[in-house]
Design a protein around this ligand. Structure first.
Ligand code: URA
Ligand code: CA
Length: 432
C-alpha cells in the first residue's frame, strides 16, 4: 500500500477498507507516514467525509495505536461519561461520587489539558493533599472497595490521536465530524469503558455551536460506540451560558460539594441528574430512567452521595474536612464584585468571554507549560432570565492580583441586560 494512493482515493470520494485505515494510522503513529501526507489525507476526509463503517474502523485503529486499559478486574459495568466541553462544566466532580453512591463503579481516567480552567485532575488537586499519582493496581483496588477513583491519564493512551489532533489543529481540519467523533470515542474506549454517556454541548459557548451539528456529532459517536460493542447514549445540552455559577478550580470543587448537598445551581443539578440517570441505566443498576433518577435524588437527600465524596477524597489522601468547611479550600486574596450598570433581565452571557476572563485571572493554562492558580476564578450571581437591579452584583471575581480592571470590564461586557428574557432550555435532545 502507498499513502499517496490512499490520499487520492479519499480525495476522489471513495471509501477506505479496514486494512487501509489500519495502514494509515499505524504508519502515522510510527512516523512512517510524514505530516504532509497525513495533512492532505485529513483535508480529503474533511471534504469527502467517511461512512459509518470507516468511522468505526478509524476509531478502533486509534484505540489500537497505544495502551488499552483493562478494567476487567473491577466488578460490574464500567460506565464513563464525556463532555465535549464548555465553560465551568463541573459535572464530573458531582457525577463520579453521585453515581458511585448508588453502586455504579466509576473508574475515571482524567486529564489536565488546556482551557479556561484546569481539567478534572487539576480541580481535584485543589483539595489539599489529593493525589492522582496512584498505580493501576491501587486504582482498581480503590474502585472495587469504594466504587470510585480517579487516576491521571496514561502517557501512551491513543498516541495516534495525540499526533493527529495536533496536526489537525494547525491544518484547519479540526472541524470534521468523522475526525472529532473518532478522536473522542477512541479515548473513551481505550480508557476501558464498557458503556459511555456523552454530553454534547450546543450553543454559543460550545465547540459545536449549532444544534444540527451537535446532533450530527452525537449520532455519529453513538453509532461508533455501538459498532464497537459499547452501549452509548448522548445528551445534547445547553452551553449558551456557563454551567452552574462557578468557573475556577477550587470554586468548582465548592460548587460540586454544594450540589452533592442538594444546594447546587439548578442547571448543574438537573444536568447531573439527567446524565447520572443514563449512567445508572447503562450500568444496569436501575430498570428505567425514572427509577434511576429516584435513586440519585434519594442519595443526595439522604447525604449518601456527599458521604461517598468524603470517602473518595480521603482514599486519595485529600483532606475531607473541606466538605464541612469550604474555606479549607485554597482562597483567593481579593474578591471583587462586577456590578450591573442598568436594571432589567439578563438576556445573554457570552460564555467564551467569561471563560477567557477566568483564564486571565490564572484559572486555566494558555500553554502546556503554564501553571495554574487553583484559588482564582469567577462566580456568577446572575444567569440568563434573572432579574437584576442597577448596582447589583452580576458576578464576583476571585483574584490574587489587584490589576484586574480589564477582566472586570470583560465580564461586564459579557452580560446583556434587556427588558425581558427567559432562561434557556437545558436538555435539547437524547440520542440512543
Ligand atoms: N475533542 C477531542 O478530543 N477531539 C477532537 O477532535 C475535538 C474535540
Ligand atoms: Ca460551574
Amino acid at each position: 500500500m502507498r499513502m499517496v494512493d490512499l490520499i487520492e482515493k479519499k480525495r476522489n470520494g471513495l471509501s477506505h477498507t479496514k486494512a487501509e485505515i489500519d495502514f494509515i494510522i499505524q504508519g502515522y503513529t510510527r512516523n512512517e507516514i510524514p505530516d504532509y501526507q497525513m495533512s492532505a489525507w485529513a483535508m480529503a476526509v474533511f471534504f469527502q467525509e467517511m461512512n459509518e463503517e470507516e468511522r468505526a474502523n478509524l476509531t478502533d485503529a486509534i484505540v489500537q495505536s497505544g495502551d488499552v486499559i483493562d478494567l476487567r478486574a473491577i466488578a460490574g459495568i464500567k460506565v464513563d461519561k464525556h463532555s465535549t466541553g464548555g465553560v465551568g462544566d463541573t459535572t464530573t466532580l458531582v457525577l463520579a461520587p453521585l453515581v458511585a453512591s448508588v453502586g455504579v463503579p466509576v473508574a475515571k481516567m482524567s486529564g489536565r489539558g488546556l482551557g479556561h480552567t484546569g481539567g478534572t485532575i487539576d480541580k481535584l488537586e485543589a483539595i489539599p493533599g489529593f493525589s492522582v499519582e496512584i498505580t493501576n493496581k491501587e486504582f482498581i483496588d480503590l474502585v472495587n472497595k469504594n466504587k470510585v477513583a480517579v487516576i491521571g491519564q496514561t502517557e501512551n493512551l491513543t498516541p495516534a490521536d495525540k499526533k493527529l489532533y495536533g496536526l489537525r489543529d494547525v491544518t484547519a481540519t479540526v472541524n470534521s465530524i468523522p475526525l472529532i467523533a473518532s478522536s473522542i470515542m477512541s479515548k473513551k474506549i481505550a480508557s476501558g469503558a464498557d458503556a459511555i454517556v456523552l454530553d454534547v454541548k450546543t450553543g454559543a459557548g460550545a465547540f459545536m455551536k449549532e444544534f444540527d451539528k451537535a446532533k450530527e456529532l452525537a449520532e455519529s459517536m453513538v453509532k461508533i460506540g455501538r459498532d464497537l460493542g459499547r452501549e452509548t447514549t448522548a445528551i445534547i445540552s445547553d452551553m449558551s451560558q456557563p454551567l452552574g455559577f462557578a468557573i475556577g478550580n477550587s470554586l468548582e470543587i465548592a460548587e460540586a460539594i454544594d450540589t452533592l448537598k442538594g444546594k447546587g445551581p439548578e442547571d448543574l443539578t438537573e444536568l447531573c441528574l439527567t446524565l447520572g440517570s443514563h449512567m445508572v441505566v447503562l450500568a444496569k443498576k436501575a430498570n428505567n430512567l425514572a427509577e434511576a433518577r429516584e435513586m440519585l435524588e434519594g442519595a443526595i437527600g439522604s447525604g449518601k452521595a456527599l458521604q461517598q465524596f468524603k470517602v473518595f477524597v480521603e482514599a486519595q489522601k485529600g483532606d475531607p474536612s473541606i466538605v464541612d468547611n469550604l474555606n479549607h479550600l485554597p482562597q483567593a486574596k481579593y474578591k471583587v464584585k462586577v456590578e450591573a450598570d442598568v436594571s432589567g433581565y439578563v438576556s445573554s452571557i457570552v460564555a467564551d468571554k467569561i471563560g477567557t476572563g477566568a483564564m486571565m485571572l490564572g484559572a486555566g493554562r494558555a500553554t502546556k507549560t503554564s501553571t495554574i492558580d487553583l484559588a482564582v476564578g469567577i462566580v456568577l450571581h446572575k444567569k440568563i432570565g434573572d432579574a437584576v437591579e442597577k448596582g447589583e452584583a452580576l458576578a464576583t471575581l476571585h483574584a490574587n492580583n489587584e490589576n484586574i480592571n480589564e477582566i472586570i470590564e470583560r465580564v461586564k461586557e459579557s452580560y446583556s441586560i434587556t427588558n425581558k428574557a427567559e432562561a434557556p432550555r437545558l436538555i435539547y435532545d437524547v440520542i440512543g
